[in-house]
Structure formats: C-alpha cells, structure tokens
Design a protein around this ligand. Structure first.
Ligand SMILES: [Fe+2]
Ligand SMILES: [Fe+2]
Length: 261
C-alpha cells in the first residue's frame, strides 16, 4: 500500500529520508532513525557490512534492504558484489555481506583475514571471561544457566577457530580483552547491570563477527565463522529481550543533559 516506492525505484540508503526508508519492508520509524543517525555520525555506508553494523539490522533485514535499496555513489566494489550475490533473498543475506573472493577455498594467506580470525579468538576468550564475571553477579538460576551456556559457546568458538588456524589458544588476553574484563568487573554489580554490560560486550562481538565475514576467508573457516555468528546473534537477542522483559532498560538521558555533559 504505502510501500510502492520499493518496487518503483531503488532507494539510495546514503541519501534517503526517514520517510523513504520506511517505505522499505521491515524498516519502521525507529530503524529509519538509527540508519540516519549511523549515517550522520559515521559517514556514508560504503558496504553492506557497514549497514549490518547499524543496531536493529540483522541479516534478514539486510536482505530486504538489499532488495529495496542501493548504496549510491559512496559504495565501493565489494557492495556491488554483495548485491549481486543476494539473488534469492533473505536466506543468503549473511553470505551476501562478504566481499567477493578471487578464489574459493585455500589457506589463510591474507593477513587481513588472519588478523580478523585472531581478533575473533581473542574476543571470544575475553567474552567468556566477561561472562564468568557477570555470572558471579547474578542470582536467578535461569539467568545464570543461560549465561553459562553463552560462556561455553564463546570458549568453543575460540577453540574451534584456533584449531582451524592450527594455532594454540592465546594464554593471555590482549589489551582489548583486559579492558572488556575490567569494564565488566566495574559494571556488573548485580543482575541488571551484569546483563547490560554483557549486552555491550555482545555488541562488540557481533560487530567483530560481521566484520570478519566481510574479509576474504577460506570456505571452511567462513562456514565456521557464520555458524558462530548465529550463536552470537542468539546471545544478544536473548540478553536484549531479557532486559526488556524485566523492565531493566534505563530511561534514555534527555538530549539537553547529554549535550551539557
Ligand atoms: Fe564467538
Ligand atoms: Fe556471544
């Protein structure tokens, strides 16, 4: 009905107004606002990977955005490749986020890919450690159990990725890992703050996985990263929903106060 523009012309995600964005299936007022906010604070979207980093945009929505919009002049060649790869729709959205690869399979000869995977391993270990801290701050058995399962996922991810590289697990966290642990220790005072801290950590992890999928990965590693990423998306969904259902979301700071700070 009001969504006709989607069929008539591709909307340029880098220039679209909120009203135009809302013409795309799945994009409501809040998501349109987040897209515009992301664009104005971080600049034009250069790839679909950038779009995926907007909060509230998951791979299903990404597929819809790819059908109903383009990235205009700011997009580089990877975005074109990604769009061509969408074909059948939402089911291929996660795969579509990757950059085109010159060859299929092969080892990790690309330093960027290697760095991405090493980064994921360190981040998974840091997340597992942060979960340990958060679990200690929680009392509700159901929450503890769920967080323990998530902690186990992160440990499993780190081991599997290390095995794929033929490397042993790092013994020490890197600087970022230490920051994550410290942040969680300072924030996770009780259940509510523990979940809010872990939501922040999961945002970081989810972004890192999305970014790794945009690099040139061998097929077997890519499949592993995609499977892990599905776990990560499940983690953040559960935490976000739990915070909401328990009424633990803090009111937003009024913009006048935020500006004064
Ligand atoms: Fe992970
Ligand atoms: Fe996670």
């Amino acid at each position: 009905m009001a969504k006709a523009p989607r069929r008539n012309a591709r909307i340029d995600l880098n220039n679209a107004t909120a009203e135009e964005l809302e013409g795309i299936e799945g994009i409501d007022g809040e998501r349109a606002r987040l897209i515009i906010e992301h664009r104005s604070t971080r600049g034009s979207f250069r790839s679909w990977e950038d779009v995926l980093s907007v909060s509230g945009i998951d791979t299903v929505l990404l597929g819809k955005l790819q059908e109903g919009s383009s990235l205009g002049a700011a997009a580089g060649p990877p975005a074109e490749g990604a769009r061509a790869a969408t074909g059948g729709g939402a089911g291929t959205a996660a795969g579509a986020a990757k950059a085109p690869r010159p060859t299929a399979g092969g080892g990790i000869g690309d330093m960027t890919a290697l760095e991405e995977i090493m980064g994921l391993i360190l981040l998974d270990l840091a997340a597992a450690e942060a979960y340990r801290v958060a679990i200690a701050a929680c009392k509700t058995p159901e929450i503890k159990r769920q967080l323990e399962a998530f902690q186990g996922d992160h440990e499993r991810h780190a081991r599997a990725l290390s095995d794929a590289l033929g490397a042993s697990l790092p013994e020490e966290p890197d600087d970022r890992g230490q920051c994550i642990r410290r942040y969680t220790e300072l924030s996770a005072r009780e259940e509510r703050t523990a979940l809010v801290a872990m939501r922040g950590n999961e945002e970081l992890t989810n972004d890192a996985y999305a970014s790794a999928l945009a690099s040139d990965l061998p097929d077997d590693v890519r499949r592993m990263v995609e499977a892990n990423w599905q776990d990560e998306r499940r983690h953040i969904r559960w935490i976000t929903e739990e915070i909401r259902a328990r009424g633990w979301e803090l009111p937003e700071v009024p913009s006048s106060l935020a500006e004064a700070a």
